[in-house]
Design a protein around this ligand. Structure first.
Ligand SMILES: *[C@@H]1O[C@H](CO)[C@@H](O)[C@H](O)[C@H]1NC(C)=O
Ligand SMILES: *[C@@H]1O[C@H](CO)[C@@H](O)[C@H](O)[C@H]1NC(C)=O
Ligand SMILES: *[C@@H]1O[C@H](CO)[C@@H](O)[C@H](O)[C@H]1NC(C)=O
Ligand SMILES: *[C@@H]1O[C@H](CO)[C@@H](O)[C@H](O)[C@H]1NC(C)=O
Ligand SMILES: *[C@@H]1O[C@H](CO)[C@@H](O)[C@H](O)[C@H]1NC(C)=O
Ligand SMILES: *[C@@H]1O[C@H](CO)[C@@H](O)[C@H](O)[C@H]1NC(C)=O
Ligand SMILES: *[C@@H]1O[C@H](CO)[C@@H](O)[C@H](O)[C@H]1NC(C)=O
Ligand SMILES: *[C@@H]1O[C@H](CO)[C@@H](O)[C@H](O)[C@H]1NC(C)=O
Ligand SMILES: *[C@@H]1O[C@H](CO)[C@@H](O)[C@H](O)[C@H]1NC(C)=O
Length: 522
């Protein structure tokens, strides 16, 4: 059943989506009942699927009736996780590909307690801390990462400050050239992303942004800024960020005789920041040139291109001791026009410094989980952090801080079917207990050979079936085969000897021959 659901998930994800949805989008509406079925969000043409196939635990809820208005459909239902310290959505990924993942968590008084004050929980991507969800904040959490395997767990971790929940989980493939700062060893977390000078939507996303990034419209009541806009639809885009024309067509520039455009923020968490600034000028008659400073860093001289996208970004990660961050655009002496800015993004670094389980072990044990439909707490990384380790799984730390699965106890786990050959992919396995299940079929030959035959493998009511004193099935079969071949050969040989004796004795003892032939043919 679970297997079916699992494949159904793939089918759903692969269904040719609503007109125009970009290939590879996976949009999960948390808390949506399976029988409500998938649907297409009319405004954006995004295809949403129920979350059942991606998560093992939790309860479905709806936001309070009086709060439904003003929320988009995916936010109307939520899944909450009252039990378990860590609960994960497991998203299918292509190892090595780059993705944007987004969790939206709109409280909407789903629990009728009308109290989200103080409520918070953590988000992890794989084993790495990503963000802290606080319902008082903007309910949208994004991270950009390179997939390390076929599965990316997005986990909600209970910190003892209320019940974790989610409204939607969305996965968007990014081209490998996008966001050069995103690498296998570092993911980035969105701090904020703004579209400047826009007088229209509160937020611009898909289909205006083909990657469905959220671009929030920044209030430009700032008297130091004035709005610029172009009606030209031919803005040439670039390939490192692919900021769409819908975002670049508006900008702000410094008003009056001002020469400095400043963006400031405060953050005392000690996190490291990166900033990406996006530009396109709407005129080419006058010189517009400025220096960009990140905090007290060195100047980067820049001239925005006429109707062509360009960017300036931090080439290192910034940490400010006092928690004060600023980006300063200061006109150079040569510049006739003041600095301008079309859009910007601020990210923090998600360092990959936690131990993780060896990828081949993760893929193998995940395939086993899927094959048998194992629920338990088998979510997220199998080994780390140790308090969320999978039930029945034991791991060993290697010198590279990579964890290997060394022991699996799946006794009395109501497993059906054959013994999965995926067990043999767990090459560090030393102990495997499958007793007390309804398994049948042969023991994969390679299983007992794991670890040079030192694997302790318990199956059925026998003890260790790999123990040389208890013959494994395959060896028993070999022995039986040997006996059944040997017996007729023996009979033939004795018959031949008897014949020789009979001949030697002068063909007199026919009674003995009759007896032997009788025995042989019986
Ligand atoms: C929920 O709490 C807010 C204040 O936190 C209050 O204004 C509102 O009336 C409450 N709603 C209900 C349905 O109790
Ligand atoms: C990740 O690797 C790159 C080189 O491939 C290196 O420049 C960067 O500092 C590394 N990032 C972290 C967080 O270690
Ligand atoms: C720029 O546009 C915004 C949004 O419409 C508006 O609130 C703001 O007053 C405008 N700024 C100026 C200087 O006109
Ligand atoms: C700009 O500077 C000129 C000359 O320095 C001055 O006359 C004018 O009032 C200034 N404009 C503003 C908006 O400050
Ligand atoms: C920008 O940040 C640097 C370093 O924190 C600080 O020295 C400088 O005064 C700040 N500038 C502005 C305009 O806030
Ligand atoms: C694994 O071992 C390394 C040193 O070899 C150590 O730094 C790290 O903390 C260990 N990790 C765990 C999860 O025990
Ligand atoms: C592992 O399990 C998956 C899913 O059940 C299956 O498709 C795959 O063939 C298995 N691999 C091996 C080596 O048995
Ligand atoms: C396997 O698990 C069963 C049930 O928990 C236990 O009785 C048995 O001793 C285990 N076998 C081995 C070899 O540890
Ligand atoms: C193998 O079986 C023998 C006898 O049944 C037992 O004494 C021994 O401990 C077993 N060895 C292992 C590794 O289980």
């Amino acid at each position: 059943m679970a297997l079916l659901l699992f494949f159904a998930a793939f089918l759903l994800a692969a269904v040719p989506p609503a007109a125009g949805q970009r290939k590879g989008f996976l949009s999960i509406d948390c808390g949506l009942e399976a029988d409500s079925g998938a649907y297409t969000d009319i405004d954006r043409g995004i295809f949403y699927v129920p979350d059942g196939p991606y998560v093992d635990a939790g309860e479905n809820h709806e936001v309070a009736a009086d709060l439904k208005e003003g929320h988009i459909r995916p936010d109307l239902t939520i899944r909450s996780f009252p039990s378990g310290m860590r609960n994960c959505y497991t998203l299918p990924t292509d190892a090595g590909s780059k993705y944007l993942v987004r969790v939206v968590a709109v409280y909407g008084n789903y629990d009728g307690k009308n109290n989200s004050v103080g409520l918070q929980f953590n988000l992890h991507i794989g084993t790495n801390y990503w963000d802290t969800v606080q319902p008082g904040r903007r309910p949208v959490y994004e991270a950009l990462f390179v997939a390390w395997g076929s599965w990316a767990p997005v986990c909600l971790v209970n910190t003892g400050q209320g019940t974790p929940f989610a409204s939607s989980v969305e996965l968007r493939p990014l081209g490998s050239e996008l966001y050069p700062a995103v690498m296998a060893n570092q993911s980035i977390r969105l701090y904020t992303r703004h579209n400047l000078g826009s007088t229209t939507a509160h937020v611009t996303r898909y289909p205006n942004d083909p990657f469905d990034r959220y671009w929030w419209h920044q209030d430009t009541n700032n008297p130091m800024w004035e709005n610029l806009t172009t009606t030209s639809i031919n803005i040439k885009l670039e390939s490192s960020f692919e900021v769409p024309a819908a975002i670049l067509k508006d900008a702000v520039q410094v008003a009056g005789n001002g020469t400095i455009l400043n963006i400031k923020w405060q953050d005392n968490t000690g996190r490291q920041f990166a900033v990406f600034l996006h530009f396109a000028d709407f005129q080419d008659s006058q010189v517009r040139e400025f220096n960009v400073y990140f905090n007290s860093g060195p100047p980067n001289k820049y001239r925005p291109h006429y109707l062509a996208a360009g960017f300036v970004y931090t080439t290192r990660w910034y940490r400010a001791i006092d928690g004060e961050f600023n980006v300063t655009l200061a006109a150079t002496a040569e510049s006739v026009l003041p600095p301008m800015l079309n859009a910007y993004e601020i990210y923090t670094l998600i360092v990959h410094d936690t131990p993780t389980t060896f990828q081949q072990d993760v893929d193998a044990i995940w395939a086993i989980k899927v094959e048998y439909g194992i629920k338990k707490n088998w979510m997220g990384d199998p080994c780390f952090p140790s308090q969320f380790k999978w039930d029945g799984v034991e791991c060993r730390n290697t010198t590279d801080n990579i964890l290997r699965v060394i022991s699996i106890d799946l006794s009395n786990s109501n497993l059906h079917g054959v013994i999965s050959s995926n067990f043999t992919l767990l090459t560090a396995l030393e102990y495997l207990n499958l007793s007390g299940n309804q398994l049948n079929g042969p023991i994969p030959d390679s299983l007992c050979k794991l670890n040079e035959g030192s694997l302790v493998f318990s199956y059925g009511s026998n003890g260790d079936v790999c123990n040389k004193t208890n013959l494994p099935r395959s060896k028993k079969r070999a022995a039986t085969l040997a006996i059944s071949i040997a017996a007729p050969v023996l009979v033939v040989v004795s018959l031949f000897i008897t014949y020789l004796i009979w001949r030697a004795k002068g063909r007199s003892n026919s009674a003995l021959v009759t007896l032997l032939v009788f025995r042989y043919t019986r």
